[in-house]
Design a protein around this ligand. Structure first.
Ligand code: ARG
Length: 438
């Protein structure tokens, strides 16, 4: 049985039927589909296109279908073309001919557009909440771990920072991510229901009723755009790709930091796995999976971009194919954020190992140069002098702070005994803008 069978003489080819069906993918839109239909019926009654009794029967039928789907009494399966067909055919099965009036003044084109927007809106709101929880965990973990650690550029030890400041760098990234999703939410919240297939309808419907009922800010301005744009899908998937990129960089650091070479942190057992052959192994699989899945979310983004780039206005069936990628990006980003939140919350930080690493790699060399500058040496000269000090230290296997005052004065006679306080790793963080690292 088809919603559109009237015009056809022959049966649809069975392979084509399978090829055409999106039920497996779009069944998750059942709630939005039924909610959208309930608002549509309410509007049709209000505009006197359906009678009050017809409206009541359809509303009751739809509410029953929703309840049965949620209780499991009505599993979403069978050879239906999509979730829209599934709901409408089940409605007709349950309430008879009056059910056939539901689709008055509506097309599956504005129907799928409104369903997808509402689903995108729901998931984007969830994303904002999950990001909020993650930001809180980052902040708490940062506050609990104000310890000094090496800061890196080019993955070479550079200057002393704090674990707190390092984590708060990620806080900034996820804070921007959250704002991006909020911004996308604002842009997408317009109602495409009432656009019809592409050209509105000769019925005198009132789009402001469904707009209000479904929580949109306004009806879309243009019917043809309303049924054929998926900018919000692209925009959210772009935002999710950026979130995944941030999570992937963080994963890469966690993976490095829990290696024997760093040992700055320990990942909780709950987010690691072992080896089938090497009994000693504890692998950071959760972080590796996030890093790997990031590539697949980018793939989803590029699938959608590529699907959209060649389709003329207005609705084309190509657009059905985007949902799988969009849903993958949503699910993966939400799951990755939740896993990372817990991984950070349960992380053990190795203060001693980070402090010991600070002592290796001349992380106070820049501060020695700053000291020389304060004593009147031009910065370029100071830079060159400290370079020589570093070579001397390397040859003698010492840190700068381990040199005697006489040794230091061989390089510059402006160096006095207050140098040791100046280049002490902890007191460095009390000077200048570095107090911000604390
Ligand atoms: N399942 C379809 C989709 O998601 C619904 C729209 C079908 N419209 C049409 N004119 N064939 O895109």
């Amino acid at each position: 049985m088809k919603l559109w069978g009237g015009r056809f003489r022959n049966e649809e080819n069975s392979l084509m039927e399978e090829f055409n069906s999106s039920l497996e993918i779009d069944q998750r839109l059942y709630f939005e589909d039924i909610t959208g239909s309930l608002a549509h019926v309410k509007m049709l009654v209000y505009c006197e296109i359906l009678s009050a009794t017809e409206g009541e029967l359809i509303t009751e039928g739809l509410t029953g279908i929703l309840a049965d789907i949620e209780s499991g009494a009505l599993p979403i399966e069978g050879d239906y073309e999509d979730i829209h067909s599934f709901v409408e055919m089940n409605l007709i099965k349950r309430i008879g001919d009056v059910g056939k009036k539901l689709h008055t003044a509506r097309s599956r084109n504005d129907q799928t557009a409104v369903d997808t927007r509402m689903y995108a809106r729901k998931k984007a709101r969830e994303m904002v909440e999950v990001l909020e929880a993650f930001k809180q965990v980052l902040k708490d973990k940062a506050e609990e771990n104000p310890y000094i650690m090496p800061g890196y550029t080019h993955l070479q030890r550079a200057q002393v920072v704090t674990f707190k400041h390092h984590l708060m760098a990620y806080y900034q990234m996820f804070n921007r991510d959250q704002k991006r999703v909020q911004n996308a939410l604002e842009l997408l919240n317009e109602n495409p229901l009432g656009c019809g297939a592409l050209a509105g309808t000769t019925h005198s419907i009132d789009r402001t009723i469904t707009t209000k009922e479904l929580g949109f800010t306004k009806p879309v301005d243009n019917f043809m755009d309303g049924v054929s744009e998926r900018d919000y899908v692209l925009e959210l998937t772009s935002d999710f790709s950026i979130i995944m990129m941030h999570l992937s960089r963080m994963s890469e650091e966690l993976i490095l930091w829990c290696s024997q070479e760093f040992k700055f942190i320990e990942i909780d057992d709950a987010y690691a796995t072992g080896s089938s052959i090497m009994p000693q192994k504890k692998n950071p699989d959760a972080a590796e999976l996030i890093r790997g899945k990031t590539g697949k979310v980018y793939g989803a983004l590029f699938s959608i971009f590529t699907i959209m780039k060649g389709i003329p206005l207005t609705y084309n069936k190509d657009m059905q194919e985007e949902k799988e990628s969009f849903f993958y990006a949503i699910d993966t980003t939400l799951a990755s954020l939740k896993i990372m939140t817990e991984m950070i919350r349960t992380l053990k930080v190795n203060e001693d190992k980070m402090r010991a690493s600070v002592k290796q790699g001349f992380l106070n060399a820049t501060e020695l140069a700053d000291y020389l500058v304060k004593a009147g040496t031009p910065f370029r000269d100071a830079h060159s002098i400290v370079g020589k000090v570093v070579i001397y230290c390397e040859d003698h296997n010492k840190g700068i702070e381990d040199l005697t005052l006489q040794e230091l004065q061989q390089f510059s006679d402006v160096i006095q005994s207050d140098i040791y306080e100046y280049i002490d790793y902890d007191s460095i963080l009390n000077k200048g803008t570095k107090v911000h690292l604390r």
